[in-house]
Design a protein around this ligand. Structure first.
Ligand code: SF4
Ligand code: SF4
Length: 441
């Protein structure tokens, strides 16, 4: 029912509002806009009345809610339709292309959980590199912006290929429209490579650390079993001295076997003067190709709890900034026409986790024309618009139905952790705002 006594007709509370009550009022969080509104007890009562009766005479409250997209002139159905329209636009139009390129599938580590286990460790041949260059030249006819993520295997093992292909990118695209990042284990991040990263403007790197040295070195190991932990920290320390603009994010893959030791990583980062220079986040070891068969992986609920505990401890230690997850209208590159994963043989895939799985291949840079094979059809026609639970879910703008790989491969639904820990996240944000004496969150 539309609101009466409003400045505009047909306003109603957004279906993406999440309300969390606090001791002195309430927080209203809109998952579509990302806005959080802190209400004192008086305004909480007005908001509750508004929810119940669809009526309010408080102009200030109305304006503030409109500003945060908490009060919208759309029906529930229209809000969802608009979200899916934004999703379609994001997936199938635009002047940007995102490539995830594995110049090699070889890796210097032998991590037990690695999903590349058993796959071919190819590296790009001169023919593949030449064809990649032609492919990049053609892209400039359709796109203005390009983002390249270097992936593997361990991409730094084929750094000459990265350099050669980045130079090709810069010859074809305006430098200001090129961005690039890398996913690496950090072991080969030598001073020479860092100086090249800087000149090529590859300014983001994600590195995995799985615990303090005695845990990390068994999970992220060399064939020899020698230390990798301290080598990586040393490399990072030197890298950030040489290239302070490099954004380093440390990913900690967690399961039940290492979760109790992850805080020790921060102690080591502090020793190396890295704690305030890198961002650290935890991610669950995912059930890719049977990696969770030992029962050590977390389910979404368990992970959500660990995640909020981790964030809370970091806040208490003055590390990191808490925020709510952002709207993710495009879902992920795997279901977009403007995003491709290319392996060392020049084969196209849609999902990072499928690289090297020949049955999942959706094309090749050597193809003469663009064909939509059955696998590609699955990705590009992917839709959650018939999932009633998702359609009703207040977290839809953030989650958009979770990882498409799960559904396409019939592994079920992969709900976003926010569904399980939104209360704690909002309370934590509220506690912090109180400590800082802020009126607004
Ligand atoms: S997958 Fe789960 S959290 Fe995500 S939109 Fe659907 S119901 Fe909500
Ligand atoms: S489909 Fe899932 S696993 Fe694959 S890239 Fe997207 S989010 Fe990641």
């Amino acid at each position: 029912m539309p609101l009466s006594n409003t400045l505009e007709n047909n306003l109603q509370l957004s279906k993406y509002n999440v309300v969390e009550y606090t001791e002195d009022g309430a927080l209203v969080y809109n998952t579509n806009s990302g806005a959080i509104l802190k209400l004192n007890n008086t305004y909480k009562d007005k908001y509750n009345l508004l929810m119940k009766t669809q009526i309010t005479e408080d102009t200030e409250l109305k304006h503030t809610l409109i500003h945060g997209k908490m009060l919208v002139n759309q029906t529930y159905r229209e809000e969802t339709t608009k979200l899916f329209l934004e999703n379609t636009i994001s997936r199938f139009s635009g002047n940007h292309v995102g490539l995830t390129i594995a110049p090699t599938m070889a890796c210097n580590f032998r991590c037990p959980y690695c999903y590349e286990k058993g796959k071919e460790y190819a590296t790009m041949t001169p023919e593949t590199i030449a064809q990649m260059k032609k492919y990049i030249q053609n892209l400039k006819n359709s796109y203005k912006r390009i983002h390249i993520t270097w992936y593997g295997g361990e991409p730094l093992m084929a750094f000459d290929i990265i350099k050669e292909l980045m130079e090709e990118v810069y010859q074809n695209f305006d430098k200001k429209y090129v961005s690039s990042s890398a996913v690496s284990n950090g072991y080969l991040l030598t001073e020479n490579i860092v100086s090249d990263l800087k000149s090529l403007n590859i300014n983001r790197i994600q590195i995995t650390i799985d615990g303090p040295p005695e845990i990390h070195n068994t999970r992220r190991c060399l064939p020899s079993g020698d230390d990798t932990f301290y080598v990586i920290l040393n490399n990072l320390k030197k890298a950030l001295e040489l290239y302070p603009e490099l954004h380093v994010s440390i990913r900690v893959n967690v399961d039940k076997s290492n979760i109790n030791r992850i805080d020790e990583i921060e102690m080591h980062l502090k020793e190396y003067d890295l704690l305030k220079k890198v961002s650290v986040y935890i991610a669950p070891v995912a059930n890719i190709n049977g990696t969770c068969s030992d029962g050590q992986c977390f389910n979404v609920k368990e992970f959500a709890l660990e995640e909020i505990n981790f964030i809370r401890r970091n806040q208490n230690n003055g590390i990191g900034l808490i925020d709510v997850p952002k709207k993710n209208v495009g879902m992920c590159g795997a279901v977009s026409l403007n995003s491709w994963v290319i392996d060392a043989k020049g084969d196209f895939y849609k999902c990072w986790d499928d690289v090297g799985e020949i049955n999942e291949k959706v094309g090749s840079i050597f193809d003469e024309s663009f064909e939509i094979n059955k696998k590609l059809l699955d990705w590009l026609s992917y839709s959650i618009e018939n999932d009633e639970e998702c359609l009703q879910c207040p977290y839809l703008p953030i989650c958009m139905g979770g990882c498409p790989n799960y559904r396409i491969k019939n592994k079920g639904k992969n709900c976003h952790p926010i569904k399980e820990n939104v209360n704690q996240i909002l309370h934590l944000i509220y506690d912090i705002s109180r400590q800082k004496g802020k009126d607004n969150v």
